[in-house]
Design a protein around this ligand. Sequence first.
Ligand code: FES
Length: 113
Amino acid sequence: MNKIIRINLGPVEGIPMGQGHCFRIEGEDIAVFRGRDGSISAIENTCPHLKGPLAEGIIGDGKVVCPLHGHRFDLKTGKGSETPECVRTFEASLENGTIFIAYTPESAENVHC
Ligand code: FES
């Protein structure tokens, strides 16, 4: 089992409402999204199609739309609209206005689709 690293990503105000931001964690780019409903989501930033930056995508309806070619990815499961595309997901939380994620190094454990 891989280790889980709890990481403080700073104040939620660092991400505008309804947008994403890319954080570099342990050498990996992670896209963190702040939903208009107050939700926080974290997925790997690199689109499996042609490496589009998912943090720059538009979010809505629990999904992010890749800014390059429009493939969609579920923010909870990582499942893509184009089978078998899939991205890793990470548990994200908001505690007293601070974002935390439970980061696990690349493994099959947090691929849910
Ligand atoms: S690079 Fe993301 S859909 Fe093409």
